[in-house]
Design a protein. Structure first.
Length: 179
């Protein structure tokens, strides 16, 4: 049954949707939010990449030191292309330590026992010393002669230093380390 007050030919249909002005205002607000949020997100992800690399290095150094103390022998941490031995050829370009990190029992020479590997870095550059030496811990957990500073250079202005002292302990300094 039809209501008596509305004739059948004069029924008004209501259209659902947005007007052109509403769409333009919405797009403008989204554009403003995107230009404000994208740089902040890029900085956030760059800082997280550096933080992840700091944790990877600290984990590798702690594992190496603890294994040297536990096994009472020399343990070496170095980059390795295939896990067969240390592969530090050129550290000046910041690419050597970006490779797979390998922990070897002994001096990291071919034939030494591979104990563990840790994945590759995602940073643009990572340097450690300029004399192509690995990090080596003795039976007491000391790294005398093999100490130094890792310089982690991330995207944008992110970075950090991971410092290994003669006793074998590790500390971290945040901030761009002169990359």
């Amino acid at each position: 049954m039809r209501p008596a007050s509305i004739p059948s030919g004069s029924r008004h249909k209501k259209h659902l949707g947005f007007t052109l002005i509403e769409l333009v205002v919405t797009i403008a607000v989204l554009a403003i939010l995107a230009t404000w949020a994208v740089p902040g997100f890029q900085q956030f992800s760059a800082r997280n990449e550096v933080a992840a690399e700091v944790m990877r290095l600290k984990t590798a150094l702690a594992l190496t030191r603890n294994t040297a103390i536990t096994r009472r022998t020399t343990i070496t941490l170095c980059p390795s292309a295939d896990g067969s031995g240390c592969a530090i050829t050129n550290n000046a370009d910041g690419k050597a330590w970006l490779a797979l990190l390998a922990i070897f029992e002994g001096r990291g020479e071919p034939g030494d026992v591979l104990l563990r590997t840790l994945g590759e870095s995602r940073l643009p550059t990572l340097t450690y010393r300029n004399d192509n030496r690995p990090v080596r811990y003795d039976a007491l957990g000391r790294s005398g002669g093999y100490n130094g500073t890792f310089r982690l250079c991330g995207r944008l202005t992110s970075g950090a230093k991971v410092i290994v002292n003669n006793i074998g302990r590790v500390r971290v300094e945040s901030g761009r380390p002169g990359c």
